[in-house]
Design a binder for this molecule. Sequence first.
Ligand code: GRG
Length: 304
Amino acid sequence: MISSIWSKPDHLPTALAESASAVDQLIDKLLAMPDGPEARVYEAMRYSAQAPGKRLRPFLVLASASLFGVSLTSALQVAAAIEMVHTYSLIHDDLPAMDDSDLRRGRPTCHKVYDDATAILAGDGLLTMAFEVLADADTHGDPAVRCELVSYMAKCAGPAGMVGGQMIDLQAEHDSSLDIGAITRLQRLKTGALIAFSCEAGAILGKASAETRKLLHAYAHDIGLAFQIADDLLDAEGTEAETGKSVARDAEAGKATFVSILGLDGAKTQARALVDQALGHLDSFGPPAELLRQVAHFVIQRRS
Ligand code: GRG
């Protein structure tokens, strides 16, 4: 039972911490260090994957899976896989060829501690291992479910999802002329696609109906955009000490963001409206969706 890891199922901070601890234990096991000289890439993978992040995506997997009576073992496998893909994207995003960041999750970035080549390999290692984890028999007894997870994760992480969003973002880097529709699409792909995978994974594992999965997709869409608006607000208003990463990068680069287009107050209003809309998609799930409701509020209240 997934709920067995939550000592206070109605208290989001405790549930987030307990999910994070469970997924971190599994990642530690999956990334066991080998003896040979390839150990360096495992060390770099562990360095980034075990750094203190929010573990929001794994939490969304566990919370959505808990709606459908999915086993804890299955949900944790998928939770670990999505966190590996997310960590890979952060490692590659921080490289000199992309965002060239020195700080991530409150620590020096992977390429700063190791080197560019090792950071590229650490990202590649996490991405490919995530698919190995999804395809493992421990993830689900039904090979068709494992295949659906592999296929949907590939779609969400690949050129029709996060990679595509990152490409658009790189091209738009110094472009302040993007309109709200273009930014929404960019962020839907870059950040929203992995959040969609995380929320729908529970429905895939639980073989829920297409209508039910659609509700979780709509919820994910709204919290994904709200999450990104909160990220833009943190970049504009937050500090490096709070966020654990470099801030004020968007304005420095003259980049169009939700904040540059809507203004600080407009962006906050829009984020709150998206959270309300997200909550509406959860109505039919009743009390078991309480943690998903709370996490929708959390994505815009967070300070890191
Ligand atoms: C390199 C293919 C490739 C993609 C990179 C997601 C991404 C695309 C880059 C990250 C850059 C960024 C700051 C995006 C804004 C939203 C976001 C994904 C923030 C980081 O996620 P959090 O806040 O991080 O969940 P933690 O550290 O808590 O896991």
